[in-house]
Design a binder for this molecule. Structure first.
Ligand code: FAD
Length: 479
């Protein structure tokens, strides 16, 4: 009987286009497929991502079982668990997909432990369309600005054809019992707050692939025109699948390229390019979730919710969607209910937190990490740093999003606000993004009592903007 190989699943919870799986099966040996739950690492993952992870693992387990395989669930540190498993099974080779950023650090420890025990470990590429280790500017430095990054990458990009899923993934004759998914407590209980997530998302690779197909056949052609409208189903909804690796970026890219070219497909490819750019930045700054990429921002005079009760109350209002600014509140409530938020609205709520409320971008990042089903180690810090103005290729600090103007432009009929802030639903479109400007008669006609049925704004938006600019002026700008 041939000795088995071990296949370690990480953020690649799929059977299609999975180079590590193809290599493991291609070895001709039985494949011990394993996911390792590290309590310390998973405790850092937010509630919504843990919920999505449970669904992805269930789906992967089914896909492997259909192919004669089995997904073994083990708990502990990968650098301890994997060598022990390899020893127990007599496996000489471990295959896995390469991660980017902080999760890549685990790889060195795993490889060292396995090699110390006389076993091999191969990390395969496929989490990205480009290799951040080899794509550099002409002077050999990492890219810091998106446009030239994408200009170079888009011109040369050829990620190849996605690999088909192996028809069979033969399991070794004997495998340890392993743990159960239920024992990991990834899904919330007492209280079960995930009803809105279940109503919004079907987890797993097959559902993600169906979403991709529906998007390519439907909204892709109008993506360029519609992608900024939160009141329309104009984007792909693929972020959770990309974050957990239920779909490979290469499969999404290929599906988009097979479609007749046009401005919709072009604009969508560019957004996939932003994901590549975020990971490029993360590769070169693995602590991007903790440290401003522009060093002077570390001295920014944030208001601290831990020491200032007014700031704590403002933060609580932001989280609950009770700021009194309808477009912000709609986004924050949508996030809480569905585990996602439209990109345009993410920019607006993030700007409101860091600029109008002067609360540290890392506080917002942590809330997104906890509540987004697509919480992503690269896209989330890159998004926050971009909005805060402390990223390398960021919106300039003086560009403070006006949440009223943004709402009026991108939700012109107020449909998005009406959906998520139903207490304002009867206000006419010209007032729905600025209820504090309505007359008493107009408010009464819509059944709105400001300060009672819906909060008054936390602050005067124009003054908040000036306060943000004054705070910024205290910084000594550096490179
Ligand atoms: P689509 O518009 O259909 O785009 C397709 C894919 O391209 C997305 O799934 C995503 O993988 C990628 N993409 C699109 N826009 C961006 C972008 N601006 N930056 C990087 N990649 C992009 N995205 C996440 O995946 N996870 C996060 O945790 C996350 N946090 C964010 C935080 C802030 C403050 C901001 C401003 C943006 C954040 N984004 C994040 C980026 C973006 O908002 C989401 O990727 C997008 O809204 C997901 O919806 P979709 O899948 O329908 O996107």
């Amino acid at each position: 009987m041939t000795d088995p190989v071990v296949l370690w699943f990480r953020r690649d919870l799929r059977v299609e286009d999975n180079p590590a799986l193809v290599a493991a099966v291609g070895s001709g040996a039985p494949v011990a497929a394993v996911y390792v739950h590290d309590d310390a690492r998973e405790a850092l993952a937010g509630g919504a991502s843990r919920w999505a992870l449970a669904g992805a693992l269930e789906s992967l387990g089914r896909a492997l079982a259909e192919r004669g395989g089995r997904l073994l669930l083990l708990r502990g540190e990968a650098a301890t668990v994997l060598p022990a498993l390899a020893r127990q099974l007599g496996a000489g080779h471990v295959h896995a997909m390469r991660a980017v950023g902080p999760e890549a650090r685990e790889e060195e420890a795993v490889a060292r432990a396995l090699e110390g025990a006389g076993r091999r470990c191969t990390f395969h590429d496929g989490a990205l369309l480009h290799d951040p280790r080899s794509l550099t500017t002409r002077t050999g430095t990492p890219y810091r600005v998106f446009t030239p990054f994408w200009g170079t990458l888009a011109r040369t990009l050829d990620p190849g054809t996605p690999l088909p899923a192996p028809a069979r993934v033969p399991a070794p004759e004997s495998l340890p019992e392993g743990e159960t998914l239920a024992a990991w407590g990834l899904r919330p209980r007492d209280p079960d707050w995930a009803g809105g997530l279940r109503a919004t998302w079907t987890c797993g690779e097959a559902a993600a692939r169906a979403r991709l197909a529906a998007f390519v056949d439907g909204a892709l052609d109008g993506y360029d025109a519609g992608r900024d409208r939160p009141d329309r189903p104009a984007t792909s909804g693929l972020a959770p699948a990309l974050a957990l690796g239920e779909l490979s970026p290469r499969e999404v890219w290929a599906a988009c390229r097979l479609h007749p070219p046009g401005p919709g497909a072009e604009a969508f490819s560019r957004q996939l390019g932003w994901r590549e750019f975020s990971y490029h930045l993360l590769h070169h700054a693995p602590d991007m979730a903790r440290r401003s990429l522009r060093a002077p921002f570390e001295a920014f005079p944030w208001r601290d919710p831990a020491t200032d009760p007014d700031t704590a109350a403002a933060l609580a209002a932001w989280r609950r969607g009770r700021t009194g600014v309808p477009f912000v509140d709609a986004g924050m409530r949508a996030l809480w209910h569905t585990g996602t938020m439209h990109n345009r609205v993410r920019m607006v709520v993030a700007s409101f937190l860091v600029k109008h409320l002067l609360i540290d971008w890392r506080v917002g990042l942590a809330w997104f990490d906890d509540t987004l089903v697509d919480a992503d180690p690269a896209n989330n810090p890159a998004g926050w740093q971009w909005v805060a103005g402390c990223g390398v290729d960021a919106a300039p600090y003086f560009r403070v999003f006006n949440p009223v103007a943004q709402g009026e432009k991108f939700d012109p009929d107020g449909a998005y606000v009406r959906q998520w802030v139903p207490e304002l639903a009867r206000l006419p479109a010209p007032l729905i993004h600025r209820p504090w400007t309505a007359s008493p008669v107009e408010l009464a006609a819509a059944g709105v009592r400001l300060g009672e049925t819906y909060p008054r704004p936390l602050l005067d938006l124009a003054q908040g903007r000036l306060r943000a600019l004054a705070a910024h002026a205290t910084l000594r700008e550096g490179p």
